[in-house]
Design a binder for this molecule. Structure first.
Ligand code: ZN
Length: 249
């Protein structure tokens, strides 16, 4: 059994001293252009977490995922549901406190959504201050920058794009609306350093519709199963090696 939620309390109590860590998948419920489902980031972090757990034969268990994230920048597109930063912070901290109480010692957060990163970093700090847990945050795409550079044709990528659509074609193929994959009209901001894809960047509180008409940031028409397999395999291998290093540390 890979998942926390499928155990009874007694089974968990027998396992808790044997497992080396638990994984918390965190995603979002937000627009992913015309062709990907709102749950894309949650599917990717959840499926990756399950694959990692399945390769570690009982050393780690997967917690119930958090299917919502920090998505105020996508709210102009219908269907997006966002949490306040303080809500996500409280949820992750409360989950960690419960785990701490039951004697779990290591927590791995596998995150599927860039907008969650600042809040999850704050959560790591709180977990360190307020529990005995050791915790890490993995944003899997950050582990494969070199592979992304190799595989993608597009220079601009980031959301419902060549990268994410290729991955979706591998992990949730029946949820991709292939006939709706459209090249967006990418809008360049007046201040060039405010562009999300600028190598030198200033940060602003941007909204997605300032950059794109469809919701895609990047070109999903360049996506393919072949690219998706390379990207997914790389994320799986590198995430697995980080997880192994952490649980043995
Ligand atoms: Zn996404």
């Amino acid at each position: 059994m890979l998942e926390w939620k499928d155990h009874t309390w007694f089974e968990i109590s027998e396992k808790i001293n044997k497992i080396k860590a638990v994984i918390l998948p965190v995603g979002s419920c937000e627009q992913h252009s015309l062709h990907l489902p709102l749950g894309m980031d949650s599917y990717s972090s959840y499926i990756l977490s399950r694959e990692i757990a399945s390769k570690l034969s009982g050393d780690v268990l997967v917690l119930p995922p958090i299917w919502y994230g920090i998505s105020p920048h996508h709210m102009h597109f219908k269907g997006t549901i966002t949490l306040e930063s303080s809500t996500l912070l409280s949820m992750v901290r409360d989950i960690a406190r419960s785990l701490d109480k039951h004697g779990v010692r290591k927590l791995i957060i596998i995150n599927g959504h860039g907008g969650n990163i600042p809040t999850l970093n704050l959560a790591l700090r709180e977990i360190k201050e307020k529990t005995k847990l050791k915790a890490i945050l993995i944003n899997p795409w950050e582990l494969i920058n070199d592979v992304i550079k190799d595989v993608l044709e597009s220079e601009i990528w980031g959301h419902a794009c060549e990268f994410e659509t290729s991955v979706a074609l591998v992990i949730i193929p029946d949820k991709v609306r292939k006939d709706k994959i459209t090249k967006p009209n990418i809008k360049t901001p007046k201040m060039k350093y405010a562009a999300l894809w600028s190598p030198i960047r200033v940060t602003t509180a941007w909204n997605t519709d300032e950059f794109t008409d469809t919701g895609s940031i990047g070109d999903p028409t360049k996506a393919s199963v072949e690219k998706g397999e390379k990207l997914w395999q790389a994320m799986l291998e590198r995430t697995l090696s980080v997880v192994k290093e952490f649980i043995e540390s």
